[in-house]
Design a protein around this ligand. Structure first.
Ligand code: DC
Length: 224
């Protein structure tokens, strides 16, 4: 059995922080698929496309070269036409562009193979919105990670502040609602818990407790 773990859930649920930490602890590779959608979102913004310009995004796709690589410390880096955009894609404004382009079926199709090939040899913890339902439907372990809206907004705002990006919890909550609404209600691969995913609600758990819960699920499933 290939050790592949699919983690999905709404924004700010702590997917990336937890998946990265679990991967490090267990010697697995962490793949952040949101970063790939963010790279397409950044390209759309740089091309001067407004939000909702699906046709323009589709027209732009053939000219995009998107690459992913890991640096010496195992951190995932994203490249857009050869330029390292790993920091640029974290700007709060890009979150909305990423959510916007991710609703375009052609964008999802364009990125599907790239995501699947990352998991082809196993050993991967992959997080996103449709990993358990579309990208890796055969993953032996699927986790749907969630927390209350308030907890998610507070965590996301803290994370942004740690990166030196100013925000208020209210602003983050507003943005998050729009994004969750987009991501959950789009026709193409909406955010949804796979029927066979384990639900992990971290509202009442701190980081260490959440990590312990996630790694326990992984160890139990794969006998690690
Ligand atoms: O995980 P994130 O917040 O960095 O993702 C940014 C956006 O990308 C998110 O709002 C929806 C989209 N996304 C997606 O549609 N499917 C994925 N597997 C990952 C992200």
């Amino acid at each position: 059995m290939l050790i592949n773990i699919a983690i999905d859930g709404p924004s700010g649920a702590g997917k990336s922080t937890l998946a990265r930490a679990a991967a490090k602890q267990l010697g697995l590779i962490y793949v952040d698929t949101g970063a790939i959608y963010r790279t397409v979102g950044l390209a759309a913004k740089r091309a001067g496309l407004p939000l909702g310009a699906g046709d323009g995004v589709v027209a732009m796709l053939p000219s995009l070269e998107i690459d992913m690589a890991y640096d010496g410390e195992g951190r995932q880096r994203m490249y857009l036409n050869g330029e390292d955009v790993s920091e640029a894609i974290r700007e709060p404004e890009i979150s909305m562009y990423a959510s916007d382009v991710s609703a375009v079926p052609e964008v999802r199709a364009f990125l599907l193979q790239m995501q699947r090939s990352m998991a082809a040899r196993g050993g991967v913890i992959m997080d996103g919105r449709d990993i358990g339902t579309v990208v890796l439907p055969g993953a032996p372990l699927k986790v749907f990670l969630t927390a209350s809206e308030e907890a998610r907004a507070e965590r996301r705002c803290r994370e942004l502040r740690e990166k030196g990006i100013e925000c208020t919890v209210g602003e983050v909550l507003r943005d998050m609602r729009v994004r969750d609404e987009n991501d959950s209600n789009r026709a193409a691969a909406p955010l949804r818990k796979a029927d066979d995913a384990v639900l992990l609600d971290t509202t009442e758990l701190d980081f260490e407790q959440s990590l312990a819960a996630l790694t326990a699920l992984i160890k139990e499933k794969f006998g690690l």
